[in-house]
Ligand binder design. Structure first.
Ligand SMILES: NC(=O)c1ccc[n+]([C@@H]2O[C@H](COP(=O)([O-])OP(=O)(O)OC[C@H]3O[C@@H](n4cnc5c(N)ncnc54)[C@H](OP(=O)(O)O)[C@@H]3O)[C@@H](O)[C@H]2O)c1
Length: 296
């Protein structure tokens, strides 16, 4: 199988590229930066069409993981514009390339996030649940809409509503581990907000599952057992053998992070209904064992 990964240099993309290469696939990474190492890298600007489009010819799958990190900087207006443009422009360019391809790829899997649903309290959410109305939710809705322009081209299209991805070396845990290791970790706000998490090894597994199965449309990329934030903090503390009792008050988070604090103080209780229906078997369905295996 030939798989093209836009954003394949990132936290999720690197894991997907190496699992795909290990499975014997031909892997091509689209990156804004040239690379000397494997896998094969084709340079694009993440925003416009160009000679890079050749890389999509005859591919079996195109996976879109591009986008500026939502957790790296305060969401002021320029940052918000960048979060939006880095996702919409990259997705638009990929769909234009799919459209122009002489040998169209069979499947386009484009990332979205559980932020699509907004802050929903204890409500159980599956792929048919309605979207939210905050900044991240609107961003995800626009992002999915751009990706689904590929549907009428006859390219099977999946939008992956990814949860909080857990692994060493990146994502949420790379921010949490240094604090929790010192014993100063704890719940955020009242700790009652739901966290729809997923182990990176399962996210990679389900992307590969979605590529080969006849699945299309939205897919929740989350483990079947979401946890409230205070239980997540306790489980992380136990995995590290450290107390995790010190709460971070909501007002302090709002002061420090501004609007971005809403992402930590609110949450989603999303379930991977369609993934389970299509027969995906989770390697790490439970938080406690997932954290223990990640932390080792
Ligand atoms: N990690 C999570 O927990 C999580 C949760 C939900 C959704 N997601 C989504 O999943 C996708 C991948 O996540 P990740 O954690 O692997 O992110 P990441 O490590 O930040 O990687 C994202 C990749 O996107 C590319 N990129 C960055 N800015 C860009 C821009 N302005 N224009 C075009 N491409 C740009 C970069 O590739 P180059 O520099 O090589 O071009 C980078 O390697 C993201 O869209 C993210 O929003 C992640």
């Amino acid at each position: 199988m030939k798989i093209v990964i836009a954003g394949g240099t990132g936290f999720i993309g690197r894991a997907l590229a190496s699992a795909s290469a290990a499975a014997g696939d031909e892997v091509v990474v689209l990156s804004r930066r040239p690379s000397l190492g494997a896998p094969k890298t084709v340079v694009w600007d993440g925003a416009s069409t160009g000679s890079w489009q050749q890389a999509l010819e005859g591919a079996d799958a195109v996976v879109n993981l591009s986008g500026e990190s939502v957790a790296e900087a305060r969401w002021n207006e320029p940052r918000k514009k960048l979060l939006i443009s880095s996702r919409l422009n990259a997705t638009r360019a990929l769909v234009a390339a799919l459209s122009a391809a002489k040998q169209r790829p069979k499947v386009f899997l484009s990332s979205s996030a559980v932020g699509y649903y907004g802050d929903r309290g204890d409500e159980l959410l599956d792929e048919s649940s309605k979207p939210g109305s905050d900044f991240l939710s609107k961003l995800c809705q626009d992002w999915e809409k751009e990706a689904r322009v590929a549907e009428p081209l006859g390219v099977r299209t999946v939008v992956l509503r990814t949860g909080i991805v857990l692994a060493q070396g990146g994502g949420a845990l790379s921010k949490m581990l240094p604090i929790f290791k010192t014993g100063f970790g704890g719940p955020l706000g009242n700790g009652g907000q739901w966290m729809s998490w997923i182990a990176l090894e399962d996210l990679v597994g389900l992307i590969r599952h979605a590529v080969v199965r006849e699945v299309s449309g939205p897919l929740n990329g989350t483990a079947p057992n979401p946890a409230v934030n205070k239980d997540f903090s306790r489980a992380l503390g136990r995995a590290l053998g450290r107390p995790a009792l010190l709460p971070a008050p909501a007002f302090a988070l709002r002061l420090a992070l501004g609007e971005m604090a809403g992402m930590l103080l609110g949450g989603q209780r999303a379930l991977p209904k369609r993934l389970l229906e299509t027969g995906y078997s989770f390697k790490r369905p439970d938080l406690e064992s997932a954290l223990r295996s990640i932390i080792g």
